[in-house]
Design a protein around this ligand. Structure first.
Ligand code: GDP
Length: 421
């Protein structure tokens, strides 16, 4: 493949009904990413209903009905490409799992598109999502002020500026800077792919231009080396071969490495990816590497490999910020569910509930609450029941995020703020 466009993961956030699905639908539709059979089916239905022309709106309404009935035909096609990037929409709008996915890094967002409806302006979830996107480390944001066709009068510049100002205040309050805005109508298609004739006052870019202007996330090669171990093999004639994805840093043949918490060290004799030998491995590479001086039994899944000069941190306890996503009752001190961080799964105890935070501002809501319930955002002290590698997200984001699972579901997600060694 000659064409090697970068991939960009984007997440759509914003208050319910402000137009996330419609905007996503519009982008997919305009890029020809909605299955032709689905469109044909809707076209026939539209004709039966006496709608002479086939309208985008009709497709969207049907997609929405399908989703409400629990069908997910729109979810399979959440990718589109522009001349600059391949985009993947990592949250199917309406799905709450994006918080969990973002935190655990299974689908780290490179950018968020915040949708705010112009007639309504800033609402509760607008504030919450701005704060969450910030805490979860989403590096870039675009704000689309939607439903410009429904302002009074339609396409009103004054209303756009009012809502823009409201949003800018919130962004500034939680530390977002240089966030670009665009007035759109997802429903009618204004300023999505091409400049709207309905808003001659708008001299700025379209949504598509803003998406193309996003920056490619830099590869974390300058961070310390971290490779969470997925598996360990013993290969005849070669020796011990741990397998894992390089999260940060660079691994070279000849490097001295240490696995923690196992605390076993050795020297890298060879590296390979897809059965091809290589001299160096970079973030994102899924590799197997032979380490001399370590036996298969010395290390296991959940250990993390780093350079001996700067080994991974083993936490005796750590301070974390968590979001309670879905807990049937309450979380009280002493609760010991399983934490999933990188490749490790370790039971950890909630030692102390330090405080809850206001989801809109990040300010302290209550010190030392007795318990936490679904929807709460809190600072907590966690004690792993056995040695565990976890590191502050500020230093190594890839090693600082975790999901909390209990009773077969993800009850919370969070990130490590500070480690006590
Ligand atoms: P979500 O909950 O944020 O995903 O919102 P939806 O995309 O489901 O939109 C909620 C409602 O607003 C639906 O009835 C849409 O048809 C309508 N809507 C979305 N975008 C626009 C727009 O640009 N203009 C107008 N007038 N209505 C819109």
């Amino acid at each position: 493949m000659a064409d090697k466009k970068p991939h960009m993961n984007i997440v759509f956030i914003g208050h319910v009904d402000h137009g996330k699905s419609t905007t996503v639908g519009r982008l997919l539709y305009e890029h020809g990413e909605i299955d032709q059979r689905v469109i044909d089916q809707y076209r026939q239905e539209a004709e039966k209903l006496g709608k002479s022309t086939f309208e985008f709106a009709f497709v969207m309404d049907r997609l929405k009905e399908e989703r409400e009935r629990g069908l997910t035909i729109d979810v399979a096609h959440r990718k589109f490409e522009t001349d600059k990037y391949y985009f993947t929409i990592i949250d199917a709008p309406g799905h709450r799992d994006f918080v969990k996915n973002m935190i655990t890094g299974t689908s780290q967002a490179d950018a968020a598109v915040l949708i705010v409806a112009a007639p309504e302006g800033v609402m509760e979830q607008t504030k919450e999502h701005i704060f969450l996107a910030r805490t979860l480390g989403v590096p870039q944001m675009i704000v689309a002020i939607n439903k410009m066709d429904a302002t009074k009068p339609p396409y009103d510049e004054k209303r756009f500026n009012e809502v823009k100002e409201q949003v800018e205040k919130l962004l500034a309050a939680v530390g977002w800077k240089d966030v670009p805005f665009v007035p759109i109508s997802a429903y009618k298609g204004d300023n999505i792919m091409k400049k709207s004739e309905n808003m001659p006052w708008w001299k700025g870019p379209t949504l598509l231009e803003l998406l193309n202007n996003l920056k490619v996330p830099p590869k974390p090669t300058d961070k310390p080396l971290r490779i969470p171990v997925q598996d360990v093999y013993s290969i005849t004639g070669i020796g011990t071969v741990p397998v894992g994805r390089v999260e940060t840093g660079v691994l070279k043949v000849g490097d001295k490495v240490t696995f923690m918490p196992a605390n076993k060290s050795g020297e890298v004799k060879s590296i390979e990816m897809h059965h091809e030998p290589m001299k160096e491995a970079y973030p994102g590479d899924n590799i197997g590497f032979n380490v001399r001086g370590i036996g298969k039994k010395d290390i296991k899944r959940g250990d993390v490999c780093g350079h001996t000069s700067n080994p991974p941190t083993v936490a005796k306890s750590f301070i974390a910020q968590i979001v309670v996503l879905n807990h049937p009752s309450v979380i009280a001190p002493g609760y010991t569910p399983v934490f999933h961080a990188h490749t490790a799964q370790i039971a950890c105890r909630f030692e102390e509930l330090i405080k809850t935070l206001d989801p809109r501002t990040g300010q302290t809501k209550q010190d030392h609450p007795d318990f936490l319930k679904t929807g709460d955002i809190a600072m907590v002290k966690i004690v792993p029941t056995r040695p565990m590698v976890i590191e502050p997200v500020k230093e190594i984001p890839q090693l600082g995020r975790f999901a909390v699972r209990d009773m077969g579901q993800t009850v919370a997600a969070g990130q490590c703020i500070e480690v006590e060694k």
